[in-house]
Ligand binder design. Structure first.
Ligand SMILES: C[S@@+](CC[C@H](N)C(=O)[O-])C[C@H]1O[C@@H](n2cnc3c(N)ncnc32)[C@H](O)[C@@H]1O
Length: 232
Protein backbone atom coordinates (compact mmCIF):
# COMPACT_ATOMS: atom_id res chain seq x y z
CA UNK A 1 0.00 0.00 0.00
CA UNK A 2 1.44 3.36 -0.98
CA UNK A 3 0.54 6.82 0.30
CA UNK A 4 -1.71 9.37 -1.36
CA UNK A 5 -0.23 12.85 -1.08
CA UNK A 6 -2.00 16.16 -1.58
CA UNK A 7 0.70 18.67 -2.37
CA UNK A 8 0.20 22.42 -2.26
CA UNK A 9 2.46 23.85 -4.95
CA UNK A 10 2.01 27.51 -4.04
CA UNK A 11 0.62 30.26 -6.24
CA UNK A 12 3.03 30.27 -9.19
CA UNK A 13 6.68 30.76 -8.35
CA UNK A 14 8.51 27.40 -8.07
CA UNK A 15 10.69 28.95 -5.35
CA UNK A 16 7.56 29.16 -3.17
CA UNK A 17 7.26 25.38 -3.02
CA UNK A 18 8.19 23.95 0.37
CA UNK A 19 11.19 21.62 0.62
CA UNK A 20 8.82 18.85 1.69
CA UNK A 21 6.61 19.39 -1.38
CA UNK A 22 9.68 19.22 -3.62
CA UNK A 23 10.91 16.01 -1.98
CA UNK A 24 7.53 14.29 -2.34
CA UNK A 25 7.06 15.42 -5.93
CA UNK A 26 10.51 14.13 -6.88
CA UNK A 27 9.80 10.73 -5.32
CA UNK A 28 6.13 10.12 -6.26
CA UNK A 29 5.45 7.44 -8.87
CA UNK A 30 2.39 9.25 -10.21
CA UNK A 31 1.44 12.95 -10.31
CA UNK A 32 -2.23 13.82 -10.69
CA UNK A 33 -3.07 17.36 -11.83
CA UNK A 34 -6.72 18.42 -11.65
CA UNK A 35 -8.12 20.40 -14.58
CA UNK A 36 -11.33 21.99 -13.27
CA UNK A 37 -10.15 25.01 -15.19
CA UNK A 38 -7.71 24.22 -18.02
CA UNK A 39 -5.57 27.23 -17.02
CA UNK A 40 -5.25 25.95 -13.45
CA UNK A 41 -3.91 22.52 -14.38
CA UNK A 42 -1.19 23.92 -16.56
CA UNK A 43 -0.24 26.43 -13.86
CA UNK A 44 0.16 23.69 -11.26
CA UNK A 45 2.14 21.50 -13.66
CA UNK A 46 4.28 24.42 -14.85
CA UNK A 47 5.16 25.24 -11.25
CA UNK A 48 6.49 21.74 -10.58
CA UNK A 49 7.95 20.87 -13.99
CA UNK A 50 11.55 21.38 -12.87
CA UNK A 51 11.06 18.94 -9.98
CA UNK A 52 9.61 15.99 -11.87
CA UNK A 53 10.98 13.47 -14.34
CA UNK A 54 8.42 12.83 -17.06
CA UNK A 55 10.40 9.79 -18.28
CA UNK A 56 10.14 8.04 -14.93
CA UNK A 57 6.97 9.46 -13.37
CA UNK A 58 3.46 9.08 -14.75
CA UNK A 59 1.66 12.41 -15.19
CA UNK A 60 -2.14 12.31 -15.28
CA UNK A 61 -4.32 15.34 -16.01
CA UNK A 62 -7.78 14.62 -14.65
CA UNK A 63 -10.71 16.78 -15.78
CA UNK A 64 -13.20 18.12 -13.27
CA UNK A 65 -16.09 20.00 -14.90
CA UNK A 66 -16.12 23.79 -14.49
CA UNK A 67 -19.61 23.95 -13.03
CA UNK A 68 -21.45 24.22 -9.72
CA UNK A 69 -23.84 21.45 -10.84
CA UNK A 70 -23.29 18.70 -8.26
CA UNK A 71 -24.81 16.06 -10.53
CA UNK A 72 -21.74 16.55 -12.76
CA UNK A 73 -19.21 17.24 -10.02
CA UNK A 74 -19.96 14.30 -7.72
CA UNK A 75 -19.16 11.62 -10.37
CA UNK A 76 -15.97 13.48 -11.32
CA UNK A 77 -14.86 13.62 -7.67
CA UNK A 78 -15.67 9.92 -7.31
CA UNK A 79 -13.62 9.12 -10.41
CA UNK A 80 -10.71 11.20 -9.11
CA UNK A 81 -10.81 9.48 -5.72
CA UNK A 82 -10.96 6.06 -7.40
CA UNK A 83 -7.91 6.95 -9.46
CA UNK A 84 -5.94 8.00 -6.38
CA UNK A 85 -7.03 4.87 -4.49
CA UNK A 86 -6.26 2.50 -7.37
CA UNK A 87 -2.66 3.71 -7.70
CA UNK A 88 -2.07 3.65 -3.93
CA UNK A 89 -3.54 0.15 -3.58
CA UNK A 90 -1.30 -1.04 -6.43
CA UNK A 91 1.70 0.22 -4.44
CA UNK A 92 2.38 3.39 -6.43
CA UNK A 93 2.69 6.62 -4.46
CA UNK A 94 0.54 9.33 -6.02
CA UNK A 95 0.66 13.10 -5.52
CA UNK A 96 -2.40 15.22 -6.24
CA UNK A 97 -1.08 18.72 -6.96
CA UNK A 98 -3.05 21.81 -6.13
CA UNK A 99 -2.42 25.53 -6.62
CA UNK A 100 -1.78 27.28 -3.32
CA UNK A 101 -2.90 25.14 -0.40
CA UNK A 102 -4.78 21.80 -0.74
CA UNK A 103 -7.31 22.55 2.03
CA UNK A 104 -8.15 26.05 0.88
CA UNK A 105 -10.90 26.13 -1.80
CA UNK A 106 -9.37 23.13 -3.53
CA UNK A 107 -10.92 20.15 -5.32
CA UNK A 108 -8.83 17.97 -3.04
CA UNK A 109 -11.22 18.70 -0.14
CA UNK A 110 -13.99 16.75 -1.92
CA UNK A 111 -11.64 13.88 -2.76
CA UNK A 112 -10.43 13.71 0.83
CA UNK A 113 -14.00 13.19 2.08
CA UNK A 114 -14.52 10.32 -0.38
CA UNK A 115 -11.16 8.76 0.49
CA UNK A 116 -11.96 8.88 4.22
CA UNK A 117 -15.37 7.25 3.62
CA UNK A 118 -14.47 4.59 1.07
CA UNK A 119 -10.76 3.87 1.49
CA UNK A 120 -10.06 4.65 5.17
CA UNK A 121 -7.14 2.15 5.14
CA UNK A 122 -5.10 4.19 2.60
CA UNK A 123 -2.68 6.65 4.21
CA UNK A 124 -3.19 10.24 3.10
CA UNK A 125 -0.63 12.97 3.74
CA UNK A 126 -1.32 16.63 3.08
CA UNK A 127 1.53 19.03 2.37
CA UNK A 128 0.46 22.64 2.92
CA UNK A 129 1.22 25.25 0.30
CA UNK A 130 1.58 29.02 0.29
CA UNK A 131 -1.85 30.36 -0.56
CA UNK A 132 -2.43 32.96 -3.27
CA UNK A 133 -3.59 35.34 -0.52
CA UNK A 134 -0.28 35.28 1.34
CA UNK A 135 1.69 35.59 -1.88
CA UNK A 136 -0.49 38.49 -3.12
CA UNK A 137 -0.18 40.36 0.17
CA UNK A 138 3.60 39.93 0.02
CA UNK A 139 4.10 41.19 -3.55
CA UNK A 140 1.87 44.19 -2.85
CA UNK A 141 3.33 44.71 0.65
CA UNK A 142 -0.20 44.95 2.11
CA UNK A 143 -0.32 43.86 5.78
CA UNK A 144 -3.30 41.52 5.93
CA UNK A 145 -4.27 41.96 9.58
CA UNK A 146 -2.68 43.26 12.75
CA UNK A 147 -3.67 43.52 16.40
CA UNK A 148 -7.39 42.88 16.88
CA UNK A 149 -8.31 43.28 13.21
CA UNK A 150 -10.51 40.73 11.48
CA UNK A 151 -10.17 39.36 7.97
CA UNK A 152 -12.76 37.57 5.87
CA UNK A 153 -12.16 35.61 2.68
CA UNK A 154 -15.06 35.51 0.24
CA UNK A 155 -15.34 33.75 -3.11
CA UNK A 156 -16.96 36.58 -5.08
CA UNK A 157 -19.39 34.03 -6.49
CA UNK A 158 -21.10 34.21 -3.04
CA UNK A 159 -22.70 37.46 -4.22
CA UNK A 160 -22.45 41.19 -3.65
CA UNK A 161 -24.71 41.24 -0.56
CA UNK A 162 -22.22 39.00 1.28
CA UNK A 163 -19.32 41.22 0.20
CA UNK A 164 -21.16 44.39 1.25
CA UNK A 165 -21.83 42.98 4.73
CA UNK A 166 -18.17 41.94 5.11
CA UNK A 167 -16.90 45.38 4.07
CA UNK A 168 -19.01 46.89 6.83
CA UNK A 169 -17.74 44.58 9.56
CA UNK A 170 -14.14 43.50 8.82
CA UNK A 171 -10.98 45.56 8.45
CA UNK A 172 -9.72 43.29 5.65
CA UNK A 173 -11.77 41.60 2.95
CA UNK A 174 -10.14 39.26 0.45
CA UNK A 175 -12.14 38.40 -2.65
CA UNK A 176 -11.27 35.26 -4.61
CA UNK A 177 -12.81 34.11 -7.93
CA UNK A 178 -13.47 37.74 -8.92
CA UNK A 179 -13.63 37.16 -12.67
CA UNK A 180 -17.32 36.16 -13.08
CA UNK A 181 -18.61 39.10 -10.96
CA UNK A 182 -15.93 41.68 -11.73
CA UNK A 183 -18.18 44.53 -12.97
CA UNK A 184 -20.57 44.23 -10.03
CA UNK A 185 -17.67 44.13 -7.54
CA UNK A 186 -16.08 47.26 -9.01
CA UNK A 187 -19.42 49.08 -8.76
CA UNK A 188 -19.94 47.92 -5.17
CA UNK A 189 -16.45 49.06 -4.12
CA UNK A 190 -17.04 52.44 -5.75
CA UNK A 191 -20.40 52.87 -3.98
CA UNK A 192 -18.86 51.84 -0.66
CA UNK A 193 -16.14 54.48 -1.10
CA UNK A 194 -13.34 51.90 -0.99
CA UNK A 195 -11.50 53.12 -4.12
CA UNK A 196 -8.31 53.94 -2.22
CA UNK A 197 -8.23 50.65 -0.35
CA UNK A 198 -8.22 48.08 -3.13
CA UNK A 199 -5.28 45.99 -4.33
CA UNK A 200 -5.87 43.76 -7.34
CA UNK A 201 -3.43 40.88 -7.92
CA UNK A 202 -3.44 38.54 -10.91
CA UNK A 203 -1.26 35.45 -11.51
CA UNK A 204 0.88 36.17 -8.48
CA UNK A 205 4.32 34.60 -8.62
CA UNK A 206 4.27 34.00 -12.37
CA UNK A 207 5.76 35.92 -15.29
CA UNK A 208 2.22 37.19 -15.96
CA UNK A 209 1.89 38.70 -12.48
CA UNK A 210 -0.02 42.01 -12.34
CA UNK A 211 -0.51 44.19 -9.27
CA UNK A 212 -2.89 47.17 -9.57
CA UNK A 213 -3.73 49.75 -6.93
CA UNK A 214 -5.10 52.57 -9.08
CA UNK A 215 -8.87 52.10 -8.93
CA UNK A 216 -9.55 53.37 -12.45
CA UNK A 217 -6.98 50.91 -13.83
CA UNK A 218 -8.58 48.17 -11.78
CA UNK A 219 -12.02 49.14 -13.09
CA UNK A 220 -10.86 49.01 -16.71
CA UNK A 221 -8.96 45.75 -16.41
CA UNK A 222 -10.31 42.45 -17.71
CA UNK A 223 -9.27 39.93 -15.05
CA UNK A 224 -7.89 36.47 -15.49
CA UNK A 225 -9.42 33.51 -13.59
CA UNK A 226 -6.38 33.56 -11.27
CA UNK A 227 -7.10 37.00 -9.80
CA UNK A 228 -8.00 38.28 -6.37
CA UNK A 229 -8.62 41.54 -4.55
CA UNK A 230 -7.53 42.66 -1.10
CA UNK A 231 -9.63 45.46 0.38
CA UNK A 232 -7.84 46.86 3.38
C1 LIG B 1 -10.28 27.52 -6.33
S1 LIG B 1 -9.42 28.88 -5.57
C2 LIG B 1 -7.90 28.10 -5.20
C3 LIG B 1 -7.17 28.74 -4.04
C4 LIG B 1 -5.84 28.07 -3.79
N1 LIG B 1 -6.01 26.74 -3.26
C5 LIG B 1 -4.95 28.88 -2.84
O1 LIG B 1 -4.55 28.36 -1.78
O2 LIG B 1 -4.62 30.02 -3.17
C6 LIG B 1 -9.03 29.78 -7.01
C7 LIG B 1 -8.92 31.26 -6.73
O3 LIG B 1 -7.73 31.52 -5.98
C8 LIG B 1 -7.15 32.74 -6.41
N2 LIG B 1 -5.83 32.44 -6.97
C9 LIG B 1 -5.24 31.25 -7.09
N3 LIG B 1 -4.01 31.35 -7.60
C10 LIG B 1 -3.79 32.67 -7.81
C11 LIG B 1 -2.71 33.42 -8.33
N4 LIG B 1 -1.59 32.82 -8.74
N5 LIG B 1 -2.82 34.78 -8.38
C12 LIG B 1 -3.95 35.39 -7.96
N6 LIG B 1 -5.01 34.73 -7.47
C13 LIG B 1 -4.95 33.38 -7.40
C14 LIG B 1 -8.08 33.33 -7.48
O4 LIG B 1 -8.99 34.19 -6.85
C15 LIG B 1 -8.80 32.09 -8.00
O5 LIG B 1 -10.05 32.41 -8.55
Amino acid sequence: MATIYAVGVGPGDPELLTRKAERILRSADVILAPASNPAEASVALDIIREFIDEQRQQIIIHKFPMTSDRSLLVPAWQEGAELLAAHAEAGRSIAFITIGDPLFYSTFIYLLRLLREQWPHIPVEIIPGISSINAAASVAAVPLVEGDEKMVVIPATAGTAVIEAALATCETVVLLKVKPRYGAIVELLRKAGKEQQVTFVERVGSVRQKVLTDFEQIAQHTPDYLSLMIIK
